[in-house]
Write a protein that binds this ligand. Structure first.
Ligand code: FES
Length: 175
């Protein structure tokens, strides 16, 4: 099954080694992340070093090596948010949930993304949860927001998380 999917994707690009990135994008679109076993198959089938495939996966921030959580949490680390305390918020979240920016909680409740300026500097510091903006957040209010996230088991899948990542800017809510 793994190999069948990878083969289909490779065939889509006529096994052109120059199309490795689109192939990996297609693979990620299927799963919401890049399963290591399927990367191994892709490298073998394309006859390219696995290190090259992993190098691409690590270089482009759009690639994910692990499934996303059920909720998407984005913390702005842009200059204004940084000056208004975003690093302390990030530290509080990472410490509380044992993750690093870009990581997913062990129970896959959420994935934490750190980004540069989401274009709402007047509201800094800003955190976005599933497309909903929270302004003026503090370490405590951020933890309160995250602790209230619903734990819907059916949402905990890479595919659904990938769908939710396409959500645009939503409402703004004070923290
Ligand atoms: S720096 Fe955070 S919204 Fe602009």
């Amino acid at each position: 099954m793994d190999k069948e999917l990878v083969t289909q994707i490779i065939d889509r690009y006529e096994a052109d080694p120059g199309m490795l990135i689109p192939m990996m994008q297609d693979l990620q679109a299927e799963h919401g992340y890049l399963p290591p076993e399927q990367l191994r198959i892709m490298a073998a089938e394309m006859n390219v070093p696995l290190t090259r495939v992993y190098g691409i996966a690590m270089f482009y921030s759009s690639f994910r090596m692990a499934p996303k959580g059920a909720h998407e949490v984005t913390l702005c680390m842009g200059t204004v948010c940084h000056l208004k305390g975003a690093p302390r918020i990030s530290e509080a979240i990472c410490e509380e949930y044992g993750i690093v920016p870009g990581g997913t909680t062990a129970d896959r409740l959420f994935t934490l993304q750190a980004v540069n300026c989401v274009g709402a500097c007047a509201l800094a510091p800003v955190m976005i949860v599933d497309g909903k903006y929270y302004d003026g957040i503090t370490p405590d209010s951020a933890l309160d927001i995250l602790s209230a996230l619903p734990r819907e088991e059916e949402k905990v899948s890479g595919v659904q998380a990938a769908e939710s990542s396409s959500a645009g800017a939503g409402d703004v809510e004070g923290a």
